[in-house]
Design a protein around this ligand. Structure first.
Ligand code: SF4
Length: 560
């Protein structure tokens, strides 16, 4: 299929006349067209289309349909119906009233093209560019970021189910791709064992039988991998995604041992190399999804980080621009928030939207990140994590109780004793300084219990390099001030953005499988949220009503 770039179509006169008469108060698609005009061009998607073949539907129009779809959380079928039957959508897309639209499958093909050619962010970026050009977004604004969990579009499987279902998924893929080859590679017992999805089967309840079944699945998996990689098998079979996932799951879940009884298949456990959660595959149908936990609750899937502007009210009373999403980052669930702070700053800088002040929670901060942000001209405003040391938890002598003489590389303890060594080193890839106090001084110390648990050595301290230490100390002091708390209050509003994204566009449950498609979904949802917010701003409507329950309305003062 080819793409011949066309200008954004004018609204046909008949469509405009009937739509304006039917929607006297307007509607979001109509206002988006009237206010923003042409913000997404066919040429933006040229990389996803060939130059030969029949011309397809305008990708800019498909992009617009896809975003409108997310503003109402519609399925592909519902969105295609809306193109065919809704006046406001026809007006937005510049279609004639008699336009029959397209088959709903065109939308999934369009998304697949975007993902295949790395164009996931094109639509979101195009809207940001238009908003920057309109003066609604710019560098140096106050912004805030938070993340929320996203449930992958997969079933939760235990380890036994994962093993059985992974073999079954590989067999299904091989049966579809090379049925003749598979008939010669397995016998009919496999068909009986793997005909139904494993999670729908009644698996044995006893531990011994479950363990035996796990080993049986393990042997089958190894046999299938051996058949696929055997000399006579077509080479492309091993490149099937389901076969590659089988190989990866088997590396993680099983190993083989040869002893006097022959070769044994052994299921891994925690002591025998079961990989950590951030690496472990949890389903054969979504190799990017991971398990993670937050505040005691676990989930399977992904995490989305949303950044938005939150301008302070203008002192002259002028109406501030709406809060608009500026960055969307999707990661597997096990990636910690702190790993994303710099990535978010990079992306914001790429768009020409670096924040002046960036409000985040403790998950995104560290002293190093605070300094790195400062070097970019960004004030990273978020609580630094509490001192995790035993002394801090038990009310003992923390580092704050010691006096550090950086110039003479000496530390004095609360009892007036001086350190005996000062050793620069690298710990966990970071520069540090290890300071020790002399054992003869600490051994008879009357407050030793408050200082150290070491019985044969004196107190040992680990210092950050001087700039990091001083920045950390200053930040901890600043965070206790009322002025800092007042500035930080604005971060809480990002919770409402998370709620809007999850409730209105449905990002809590991934529609698609795989990180790339889930990332595209989140970028489309963020584009839709921006349009919803712009529409509320254009029409001067609050984004959400504050609901007051009947019970809350009771006035006990009057009744008294
Ligand atoms: S234990 Fe050692 S370092 Fe700690 S207060 Fe006593 S003398 Fe000072």
């Amino acid at each position: 299929m080819s793409m011949q770039p066309k200008p954004w179509p004018e609204v046909p006169a008949e469509t405009a006349r009937i739509t304006k008469s039917a929607f006297r108060k307007g509607a979001l698609p109509i206002r988006v067209r009237d206010e923003l005009g042409f913000w997404c061009a066919d040429g933006d998607f040229a990389a996803a289309y060939g130059v030969r073949g029949a011309p397809g539907i305008s990708p800019a129009q498909l992009a617009m349909v896809t975003v409108l779809q997310f503003t109402e959380n519609l399925t592909d079928r519902q969105a295609a119906d809306a193109v065919r039957g809704r006046l406001d959508w026809k007006y937005c897309l510049g279609l004639a009233l008699a336009d029959e639209g397209f088959d709903f499958t065109v939308l999934s093909e369009f998304r697949a093209r975007l993902v295949a050619d790395g164009l996931e962010s094109k639509i979101f970026d195009a809207l940001l560019d238009r908003l920057i050009a309109r003066g609604l977004l710019g560098a140096g604004e106050r912004q805030r970021t938070d993340s929320t969990h996203v449930l992958a579009a997969i079933r939760a499987l235990n380890r036994l189910e994962l093993a059985g279902e992974t073999v079954r998924a590989a067999l299904e893929a091989l049966a579809a791709a090379a049925p003749d080859w598979l008939t010669g590679a397995i016998d009919s017992t496999w068909q009986a064992r793997y005909a139904a999805r494993v999670e729908t089967m009644r698996l044995p309840a006893s531990e011994s039988k479950r363990a035996a079944l796990a080993i049986e699945y393990g042997r089958d998996g190894y046999r299938l991998l051996a058949a696929v990689t055997a000399a006579g098998a077509p080479g492309w079979l091993r490149e099937l995604p389901a076969v590659e996932i089988l190989r990866r799951v088997w590396v993680q879940q099983y190993y083989r041992q040869i002893d006097e009884h022959g070769e044994r298949v052994i299921r891994r456990d925690a002591e025998h190399g079961l990989p950590p959660g951030r690496l472990r595959l949890i389903s054969p149908y979504d190799p990017d999804a991971r398990y993670s936990e937050k505040r005691g609750a676990g989930w399977l899937g992904y995490k989305v980080h949303l950044s938005e502007t939150c301008p302070a009210p203008a002192s002259d009373g002028t109406r501030p621009a709406p809060n608009l999403l500026t960055c969307v980052a999707t990661t597997p669930a096990a990636v910690p928030d702190v790993a994303m702070t710099e990535a978010i700053h990079d992306r914001l800088a790429e768009h020409g939207l670096p924040p002046g002040e960036h409000l985040v929670d403790a998950g995104y901060t560290s002293t190093e990140l605070l300094l790195a942000a400062r070097a970019r001209g960004i004030t990273l405003l978020g609580p630094l994590s509490a001192n995790p040391s035993r002394q801090a938890r038990t009310g003992g002598y923390t580092l704050d109780a010691f006096h550090i003489d950086w110039d003479h590389q000496q530390v004095t303890c609360p009892q007036g004793q001086r350190s005996s060594s000062w050793t620069p080193c690298t710990q966990h890839g970071r520069d540090a300084i290890v300071v020790r106090f002399p054992t003869p001084a600490c051994a008879p110390c009357p407050v030793r219990d408050r200082c150290t648990t070491a019985t044969h050595r004196g107190r040992q301290l680990t210092l950050n390099p001087r700039p990091v230490h001083e920045a950390l100390t200053a930040a901890r002091v600043e965070q206790t001030s009322d002025a800092w708390r007042e500035r930080y209050k604005a971060r809480a509003g990002v919770e409402g953005t998370i709620a809007q994204a999850t409730h209105v566009t449905g990002v809590r449950h991934a529609r698609y499988t795989g990180l790339a498609k889930t990332r595209l979904e989140h970028l489309l949802a963020a584009t839709a949220v921006n349009l919803i917010r712009l529409d509320a701003w254009w029409t001067d409507k609050p984004l959400d009503r504050t609901r007051t329950r009947q019970l809350q309305r009771l006035d006990f003062d009057l009744a008294a």
